[in-house]
Design a protein around this ligand. Structure first.
Ligand code: NAD
Length: 307
């Protein structure tokens, strides 16, 4: 790949992706588009490429990049704070940003890999499979369903073109600190525990999440360019892991013995269980996650502590 565009590259997943692409294709020209609404320049300290600070939902990509043809576009830009309930804002910025990417990419049929979300499955499911009817429980999830709908419609009209959705589950790893309350529960519990506080989780602590290491997420996102055709692929570890188990794993990694403190759950749209069915991803992309939750958490703690 010679020319690569990454939207949302100053964010958590985007920056890990950009730095991995830089390592994998050292000669490539990489361009990041990000308006810093939730990203942080610190995530890209070692980045050597081009940076366009702009809102992708308002940017004329054809004009901006009139001299460039990209070999692949990775679209990560999105409002990611699920507690933002402004429906007009979430849908405008998330959907129109993607529409602009597709309207630009269609000209040269540039392969597009975009970030979908496990939030599209809603709150009632346990094992989550790509073809299930979406059940968005908040406006963020609704906007992500619209991305999947748009991708499907554009792909149906352009059979030779590849638009691949990677449906991320609960991602954790380096470069997520800037997300504050929207960072992974693993990171939030880690911060509480290194401050010597008891880790706070919702009553019972047995709610399960499919936590996936950003290292696996990046590998799968890059691999998705080679998908046999357009479609959506789950991106999880395939292993549901409870908050109590996360605390156990963190205690192990930190050498502490802090007991959970249980608090009431104020959210009506809370997912009690997320679990990716990874069958299609394994079959079509030949991808199996490297990091199981317990080992992934230990690895993450080592990185956070600079080991
Ligand atoms: N982290 C997860 O667990 C998770 C789970 C499911 C899906 N996702 C999706 O993965 C993608 C990356 O999420 P993240 O966790 O890295 O979040 P993040 O907030 O760290 O990154 C999003 C980046 O996009 C930028 N951005 C947002 N809207 C923009 C716009 N209109 N124009 C330009 N830049 C814009 C932000 O400034 C930020 O740098 C998002 O699409 C998100 O919805 C993430």
């Amino acid at each position: 790949m010679k020319n690569i565009l990454v939207t949302g590259g100053a964010g958590f997943i985007g920056s890990n992706l950009v730095l991995a692409l830089q390592r994998k294709y050292p000669e490539a020209r990489i361009v990041v588009v990000d308006d810093f609404r939730s990203g942080d320049f610190k995530n890209l300290e070692t980045y050597r490429g081009d940076f366009v600070s702009a809102d992708v939902s308002r940017l004329d990509l054809s004009e901006k990049f009139s001299d460039l043809t990209f070999d692949a576009i990775f679209h990560e830009a999105s409002i990611t704070d699920t507690t933002i309930h402004d429906q007009q804002l979430q849908v405008h910025d998330n959907v129109e940003g993607f529409r602009r990417v597709l309207d630009y990419a269609v000209i040269h049929q540039t392969p597009v890999v975009y970030a979908s979300s496990a939030a599209t499955y809603g709150t009632e499911r346990t094992l989550m499979q790509e073809d299930m009817t979406p059940a968005p429980a908040n406006i963020y999830a609704f906007s992500k369903v619209q991305l999947d709908n748009l991708a499907r419609a554009y792909a149906q009209n352009n059979l030779a073109w590849k638009i691949v959705g990677v449906r991320y589950f609960n991602v954790y790893g380096m470069n997520e600190a800037h997300k504050l309350a929207a960072a992974s529960m693993i990171y939030q519990l880690y911060c509480q525990m290194i401050a010597g506080k008891r880790p706070r989780v919702f009553v019972g602590g047995e709610q399960k999440r499919d936590f996936v290491s950003v290292k696996d997420v990046v590998d799968l996102t890059i691999r998705a360019v080679e998908a046999p055709s357009s479609g959506v692929y789950n991106c999880g570890s395939g292993v549901p892991f409870s908050f109590n188990e996360v605390i156990e794993a963190l205690n192990e990694a930190l050498g502490t013995a802090l007991e959970p403190e249980y608090i009431e759950n104020p959210y009506s749209f809370y997912q009690p269980h997320t679990e990716a069915d990874m069958t299609r991803t394994q079959r079509d992309l030949g991808f199996s996650p490297t990091w199981q939750p317990r080992e992934g958490i230990a690895d993450y703690v080592r990185s956070l502590q600079g080991a």
